[in-house]
Design a protein around this ligand. Structure first.
Ligand code: B12
Ligand code: SF4
Ligand code: SF4
Length: 406
């Protein structure tokens, strides 16, 4: 695509983005995102973004002001790239489920490489040094607010950006640039009276339309949380070990979403994880296996912790021997979640192993977790959720499915 072939500069910019491999593109002004800043700062104050220490006021203020990202910014080009692939059948027993966005290569690398090529191509084709900053996910911009303003898609009640052609199965990227471009209009679409996602979320992480309570979201717990998963969330996580797709799987807009054309996402490298293998993985193996995958974000300790939770939810007693070995894991975080899982699976071997572990365990929170697992095996709970260190301070506003005797 050359400038001379296009009817306008805007058409050229958009056609070239599609030619280089993005699925959708739109343009918006470089004005500040005043409304989104206000809403986001309010969410921060209400504690709805708790658990993400890096997502703070300074970041939001900077990310919603394009002039602070690129002095002299005139426009924002928003792109979307699909990662949608046909669904797999339900996972086998002892497998954990991975959210679709992480099935292939690391999208940050894929998108940023392409955005860099795109900006370089723009400069070459326009015969001038185009000033630009580009962001995908880990930048300070509110990617969804930019995509919405550029008409790439509209906000769904599950907080994701929905697109007409590719549903919500898209990654979003932004280029803040000094190119003066006529903006596109936001789409006049919305969810109407549908509330399927709000009702499908197993942890009530969507307390109202367009609102997410970060700490209740399985995606947060399995990926971003570096500590213990709250006790009441664990049984609700089912077999999700990295991310969660439930509120997108039920979305009617996604029914006819086109599939990705991107080779890096077509590979289906990690649609599931073998839970027992995960629990015995070494740091070296982890680095080798996940170096170019979004899964590395959870770190080995996080994936082992998540594997314990999924095994605890599996009702499969064949997991017991591996979980018993995990009681001697180096990391107390993993030992604690292994103890919880053994308390859920039960059986004489699990009980004996928990009793043995209690004799040697020195880490106080882990000791308490073992005691609680033993108590739940005995049909009574020695430490109440309110006083449990993991549980204390957590907002107990939705029903718990933990093993509390009636
Ligand atoms: C923090 C974060 C998370 C957190 C918090 C999620 C959240 N909703 O904020 C957690 C870890 C839970 C998470 C999970 C996921 N994430 Co995430 N995440 C982000 C990140 C880094 C920041 C999001 C943010 O700014 N949140 C602040 C809150 C306040 O924003 P918000 O919930 O979108 O609220 C806005 C709207 O509700 C709107 N609004 C408010 N009131 C109203 C009223 C009306 C009527 C309307 C229309 C709108 C509206 O204004 C708010 C401010 O913009 C972005 C990348 C980025 N830099 O933007 C990716 C990003 C949002 N995540 C992404 C993905 C793919 C996911 C997951 C699907 C991954 C998975 N499968 O597990 C899940 C989806 C969970 C969900 N239902 O949202 C994609 C989303 C792509 C898309 N199609 O929308 C992004 C954009 C990354 C990217 N560049 O591709 N994520
Ligand atoms: S990703 Fe899962 S846990 Fe998070 S809001 Fe959607 S359905 Fe709920
Ligand atoms: S499931 Fe329904 S309410 Fe939720 S995002 Fe999709 S269309 Fe909107």
């Amino acid at each position: 695509m050359e400038l001379n072939d296009a009817a306008s500069l805007e058409d050229f910019v958009k056609d070239y983005a599609l030619e280089i491999g993005f699925d959708l593109v739109g343009i918006s002004s470089a004005d500040t995102f005043e409304d989104h800043k206000r809403v986001t700062l309010q969410r921060l104050r209400e504690g709805l973004m708790d658990g993400l220490p890096w997502f703070n006021q300074a970041r939001v203020e900077r990310g919603t002001d394009p002039q602070r990202l690129l002095p002299g910014a005139r426009s924002i080009i928003s792109v979307a790239l699909s990662y949608h692939l046909p669904a797999n059948g339900p996972p086998q027993t002892l497998q954990g489920r991975v959210a679709r966005y992480a099935w292939g290569d690391d999208y940050h690398k894929v998108m940023k490489k392409r955005l860099k090529l795109y900006v370089r191509g723009l400069s070459e084709r326009l015969g001038r040094d185009v000033q630009a900053r580009w962001y995908v996910d880990d930048g300070p911009m509110l990617d969804r607010a930019a995509a919405q303003r550029a008409g790439v898609g509209w906000f769904g009640k599950n907080t994701n950006i929905l697109t007409s052609s590719h549903g919500s199965w898209v990654f979003l990227g932004q280029i803040v640039t000094d190119l003066e471009l006529k903006p596109d209009a936001p789409l006049k679409k919305n969810c109407g009276s549908c509330t399927l996602c709000l009702r499908a979320c197993p942890t009530d992480a969507l307390p109202a339309p367009y609102v997410i309570d970060n700490e209740r979201c399985i995606s947060h717990q399995t990926i971003e949380n570096r500590g213990d998963i709250p006790l009441e969330i664990r049984p609700l996580m089912s077999d999700w070990v990295f991310g969660c797709d439930i509120c997108q799987d039920v979305c009617p807009v996604n029914v006819k979403a086109l599939y990705t054309r991107e080779q890096a996402f077509k590979k289906k490298r990690f649609t599931t994880l073998q839970l027992l293998e995960m629990l015995e993985m070494t740091e070296d193996e982890f680095r080798q296996r996940f170096s170019n995958s979004p899964l590395k974000r959870a770190k080995l300790a996080g994936l082992k912790r998540n594997a314990c939770v999924a095994l605890g939810n599996s009702s499969d007693p064949s997991a017991v021997p591996t979980l018993i070995r995990a009681l001697s894991e180096e990391l107390p975080l993993v030992r604690r979640h292994a103890a919880w899982a053994l308390g859920r699976l039960g059986g004489t071997d699990a009980r004996a192993a928990l009793q043995r572990a209690l004799r040697t365990e020195t880490d106080p929170p882990t000791r308490r977790e073992i005691q609680e697992a033993l108590a739940s095996l005995n049909g009574s709970i020695s430490i109440t959720h309110a006083t449990h260190p993991v549980w204390a301070g957590f907002k107990p506003t939705f029903p718990t499915h933990h093993n509390i005797p009636s």
